[in-house]
Design a protein around this ligand. Sequence first.
Ligand code: HEC
Ligand code: HEC
Ligand code: HEC
Ligand code: HEC
Ligand code: HEC
Ligand code: HEC
Ligand code: HEC
Ligand code: HEC
Ligand code: HEC
Ligand code: HEC
Ligand code: HEC
Ligand code: HEC
Ligand code: HEC
Length: 429
Amino acid sequence: MYKLKLLFFSLIVSSIPSLASQNAETGCLAAGCHESILSHEVIHEPSEDDCLTCHDTDSDEHPSPQGAEYVLNESVPTLCYDCHDEKNIMKNIHSPVEDGECLSCHNPHSSENESLLLAKDGNVCLDCHDLEVGAKMEHGPYSGKLCTSCHNPHQSENEYLLEKAIPQLCYNCHEEIEEMQDRKSVHPPFEEDCLDCHLPHTSPEEKLLISNIPNLCYECHDMVEVGLNKISEVHGPFQESSKCNLCHSPHATDFTPVLLQEEQSLCFKCHDKPIEIKRRVIKNIKKIVSNATTIHEPVDDGCTECHDPHTPDNNFLLTGHFPMGNYTQGKADNFSLCFDCHDSSLMEQKITTEATEFRNGSKNLHFLHVNREKARSCKTCHSVHGSTNSFLIAEKIKFGKWDMPIVFSATDNGGTCQSGCHEKKTYSR
Ligand code: HEC
Ligand code: HEC
Ligand code: HEC
Ligand code: HEC
Ligand code: HEC
Ligand code: HEC
Ligand code: HEC
Ligand code: HEC
Ligand code: HEC
Ligand code: HEC
Ligand code: HEC
Ligand code: HEC
Ligand code: HEC
């Protein structure tokens, strides 16, 4: 690393004998003139050894009133590079290093600070760079002025003189974040660039975010924003100030698509109680599903089989048509949600022995009920999520504000039903 300087030896020989070895005890310092030069705690090794390693006499009359009888053997930075590895060979070189201004940061003799710096830690940087202050959030190592924990002061193969490329730089200190990369569902930008979302120094937002949630998300997911503007029903979480992160992690989780929990339990986080809204009370779906003896099969796979949590076009945030109230026109299209999976002939064929089990002989009782201008909605008889009755038959239905009971029992070949709609009726296939 340290090249022995041939020039250096020749200079000593040609120097005045009394100055040939100017170490601390015998030479320049002994005279009491330059004591302060080595008075600091951190001492540059060659300065302790011999002043003439770097200085050379220009005149015999030292000390003279004019001064300047000594010159540097070589100019900086060549002088420094004689002993130190070159600091201007990588792809990105810090401007003062490129300009050879080693002395804008280092004292060549001694210093109070490590690495012979002119000021402590990042304070040396603040001579030329402004410290951003007054932001809502400051990154610990930045406000602590530990600039060199991320930047190399001289040169780097990485842009912005970073010690390591991102994200490795961040993993240096945030190990737990690195471990997240192994999760099952990883948000693509999280694999690539932390700075898509975070600022490294200070930020006007919490968690060093570039902008708040959801605006941050909308920078890349404008579809969601467009959708939000057009819907009439706004799902509860979107009425909160923080939105997306009530359900998604911005980084990674074990639940696709980067959900905070497995889908059903995520929805049950809030739908584990009745929710009162302006016109009605939303049912406690978790209770319905946990008490049920018959659960509608798609509910086992999650709620988004039928619901769109963000940008629904339909009632109840559904992915297909389904009437809001108890009655509607008896067209299959009004129930397109159900007929994505079921065959609409169950309500369309007046006479059948195949399209449905809900028939009296060949008389289709689905057709009978779900027919004409005032057709009954499926939910007047079925509890769509789950029920303690077979065939998802509801235990009660909302009739205005009245919870009207339904007493249903299945038989081998049909069933009986008694409700506020009619007296006990029996059907048999
Ligand atoms: C590693 C090289 C090196 C060594 C060794 C060294 N100096 Fe220097 N010295 C410098 C450089 C570089 C400058 C700055 C010159 C400039 O500012 O142009 C300097 C400047 C000086 C100056 C003028 C400015 C000041 O800081 O007061 C004096 C006096 C000085 N050195 C004395 C000494 C003495 C005495 C010793 C031995 C105890 C010594 N130097 C050892 C490199 C060295
Ligand atoms: C004659 C050889 C020599 C010259 C010339 C020289 N150095 Fe050094 N420098 C050393 C040695 C030896 C050390 C101590 C060993 C080490 O820390 O690597 C050192 C250490 C340093 C350190 C680290 C100090 C610490 O405490 O960590 C800095 C910074 C430094 N030199 C800067 C400079 C600068 C700037 C110049 C040019 C003005 C220069 N050196 C010129 C030999 C030299
Ligand atoms: C912008 C300020 C700055 C400039 C300019 C600068 N250095 Fe440094 N240097 C530092 C800092 C800060 C450290 C401490 C390293 C760390 O903490 O990572 C350092 C450390 C060093 C060290 C010891 C560690 C090492 O990297 O070997 C040497 C030697 C050194 N500098 C030499 C030089 C030389 C030679 C020049 C001029 C070509 C120079 N420096 C220019 C800030 C600077
Ligand atoms: C003597 C003045 C000076 C000092 C001291 C200084 N810098 Fe710089 N720095 C500059 C200049 C000049 C530039 C290039 C102009 C610009 O982009 O602002 C620069 C650019 C940078 C850049 C951007 C590099 C790039 O590739 O865009 C970083 C990062 C940086 N400095 C970090 C530091 C750190 C960290 C310190 C302290 C260890 C420091 N600077 C100390 C003058 C200085
Ligand atoms: C946690 C790591 C980290 C710390 C600590 C840090 N920086 Fe940076 N800095 C970065 C990153 C990353 C960038 C690149 C930003 C970008 O890509 O927009 C950067 C960019 C810069 C730039 C160039 C762009 C600009 O903002 O002008 C300068 C100059 C700079 N930093 C100086 C400093 C100074 C001075 C300190 C200490 C007070 C410091 N940095 C502390 C990570 C850090
Ligand atoms: C030198 C170590 C270090 C490096 C490198 C580093 N950080 Fe940090 N970071 C910290 C410390 C210390 C804190 C403050 C302690 C805390 O709140 O966890 C912090 C806090 C944060 C926070 C806020 C945490 C919270 O809960 O409020 C975010 C976000 C963050 N860092 C992101 C990054 C990113 C992105 C990078 C890479 C560009 C990075 N960090 C690089 C040390 C570091
Ligand atoms: C898509 C945007 C995005 C990307 C990319 C991203 N983050 Fe985050 N990060 C966030 C958001 C949003 C939060 C705040 C989470 C919250 O408050 O619920 C956060 C929080 C953090 C925190 C605070 C602790 C925590 O887990 O909440 C750290 C540390 C962090 N991020 C580091 C990183 C690192 C390192 C990377 C790169 C590997 C990265 N982030 C990439 C958006 C992002
Ligand atoms: C820098 C751009 C960017 C930002 C900012 C961003 N994302 Fe993404 N996100 C992507 C890309 C790219 C994909 C993968 C392609 C796609 O599905 O659009 C993705 C996919 C997703 C996915 C689906 C993941 C999967 O497994 O299918 C979710 C959920 C998501 N992002 C949520 C968010 C949330 C929440 C935020 C705000 C905290 C956010 N994104 C911010 C770029 C971004
Ligand atoms: C109530 C919980 C919830 C909230 C709040 C939420 N999401 Fe989602 N998000 C989901 C679920 C569940 C899926 C999976 C949907 C599916 O599989 O059909 C999803 C899927 C996604 C996808 C994947 C592509 C797609 O549209 O299916 C993206 C991107 C996305 N969400 C972004 C966001 C953004 C951005 C926000 C905030 C504006 C947000 N989400 C808020 C639950 C939520
Ligand atoms: C953070 C709490 C929260 C989470 C998580 C949540 N919801 Fe909701 N949900 C609400 C609130 C609050 C309402 C009532 C909003 C309103 O209409 O004012 C609501 C309403 C609904 C409605 C009725 C909408 C209407 O207008 O009829 C459906 C359907 C729904 N949520 C489905 C889901 C599904 C599916 C999930 C899981 C992907 C889910 N929710 C996750 C809070 C949540
Ligand atoms: C097979 C399709 C389907 C599945 C799967 C499904 N739902 Fe529904 N959901 C509906 C229909 C249809 C309605 C409207 C009729 C009603 O209120 O029962 C509805 C209504 C709702 C309502 C509003 C209830 C009210 O009183 O206004 C909430 C909340 C809800 N579902 C949550 C969920 C949750 C949570 C899951 C997952 C555990 C889920 N849904 C799974 C079809 C489904
Ligand atoms: C995502 C597909 C899907 C959607 C949408 C769907 N179902 Fe189902 N449904 C099924 C599956 C699968 C079964 C169980 C197998 C079968 O009986 O066909 C089932 C069974 C049923 C059963 C019989 C339960 C039993 O125990 O025999 C009824 C009643 C029912 N669904 C009503 C509805 C209603 C009403 C709708 C619309 C609100 C609807 N379904 C929407 C998939 C769906
Ligand atoms: C008047 C009450 C009533 C209405 C309204 C009703 N159902 Fe049914 N549904 C039943 C009964 C009772 C059964 C059980 C038949 C059996 O197996 O004995 C049933 C069975 C089913 C089945 C199981 C397969 C079959 O056809 O036997 C499906 C699927 C179904 N209904 C879907 C729907 C859909 C979709 C709607 C709305 C378009 C709807 N039901 C409306 C009472 C009703």
